[in-house]
Design a protein around this ligand. Structure first.
Ligand code: FES
Length: 337
């Protein structure tokens, strides 16, 4: 009974994890920071379990993502009610161990990654099931005296009927729970909001401004504020990214850093100001995106403040490095720093 709260926690967390994936408007939307294909690419990059993702998941990211979400919901339901507990716990353990070998592999120190902890949390239920706890497994095997037993009557030849075996009762319950899992998955998918795509600006080195003089630093630009400014005032090495009109307020775009070639992200806030940061997550190097007003990392749920780059949630150990951008003559420029 001491492990009963842990079993409920694991079951409910898995149900929530499945719902959270399917209700995320960007989960199945290519180009979204939380797109499952982007996550899988990040998980497979330089990790020991990457070959499994490349073989089975990356070729069909949508199927893999939805399949994992429904599997999580089903495992969560089974573990919560205590049906086929050992098998469901083994499934949960395998899933978390695969995530440890991929999604959490580059987490340092290792104990900041949750998947290894989850893998070991499943172990007692793989070894002992829900023995001694409130669980359908136990009710099916040993219905308590005095209680109305949930039994199924199976027709037999000659008009006889026989009580169904515990195994067949479990199969009926499993089918019912699978139906509940699909219903939860369907509702989660229906309630998800619309995804607003972020944009990509392409650095155009042939149009780079090379004049001298100090331009406004990151955060100083406003749409159209510098329209008409002469490009001769651009700082040395400034690289044109594209028209400012392509980046509306409360939208973001990614571009290649003119100095390092690494991805950067530029965000226009609700006032029209531009801020830019490295788009390389400080946790394990995944490329971040912009969603719901914050910078989000698809790999382990890291979140950064879109104005300062400070970490506001998740495992990233440090803020995003600030980058310089400016707007002049209706164009956005990246300024090497
Ligand atoms: S790489 Fe782990 S949160 Fe970004």
């Amino acid at each position: 009974m001491a492990l009963f709260p842990l079993r409920l926690f694991l079951g409910i967390t898995f149900i929530y994890a499945g719902i959270q994936k399917l209700s995320d408007p960007g989960f199945l939307h290519p180009g979204a920071p939380t797109y499952i294909g982007t996550q899988l690419e990040g998980f497979a990059n330089g990790t020991p379990g990457g070959f499994i993702l490349r073989a089975f998941a990356i070729p069909h990211p949508g199927v893999a993502g939805v399949g994992v979400a429904i599997t999580e919901i089903l495992i969560g339901l089974l573990v919560t009610v205590g049906l086929f507990t050992r098998i469901a716990a083994a499934g949960g353990m395998c899933l978390n161990f695969l995530l440890f070998l991929t999604a959490s592999w580059n987490t340092s120190p290792y104990f900041l990654g949750p998947d290894l902890v989850f893998s070991f949390a499943w172990l007692p239920f793989v070894l002992a099931g829900a023995t001694g706890q409130p669980a359908l497994d136990n009710l099916v095997e040993n219905p308590p005296e005095g209680l109305v037993r949930r039994t199924r009557l199976t027709p037999m030849t000659g008009g006889e009927v026989a009580e169904s075996s515990p195994a067949s009762t479990r199969r009926v319950l499993l089918a019912e729970l699978a139906g509940v899992a699909l219903a939860i998955a369907g509702i989660s998918t229906l309630v998800k909001g619309n995804y607003s795509p972020s944009r990509t600006l392409t650095a155009n080195t042939s149009s780079a401004g090379t004049g001298s003089g100090g331009g406004p630093a990151a955060g100083a630009g406003k749409p159209g504020a510098d329209a008409g400014a002469h490009t001769s005032k651009l700082p040395k090495g400034a690289v044109k990214l594209g028209p400012g009109s392509r980046l509306p307020r409360e939208q973001a775009a990614t571009y290649s850093d003119p100095a390092s070639g690494e991805p950067d992200i530029v965000i226009r806030d609700s006032q029209g100001n531009l801020t830019a940061f490295s788009a390389v997550c400080t946790h394990a190097g995944c490329t971040v995106g912009f969603q719901g007003g914050v910078i989000v990392c698809p790999c382990h749920g890291g979140e950064y403040n879109a104005e300062t780059g400070e970490v506001i949630a998740g495992p990233p150990p440090a803020p995003l490095a600030p980058k310089k951008v400016m707007e002049a003559g209706g164009q956005i420029y990246a300024v090497p720093s």
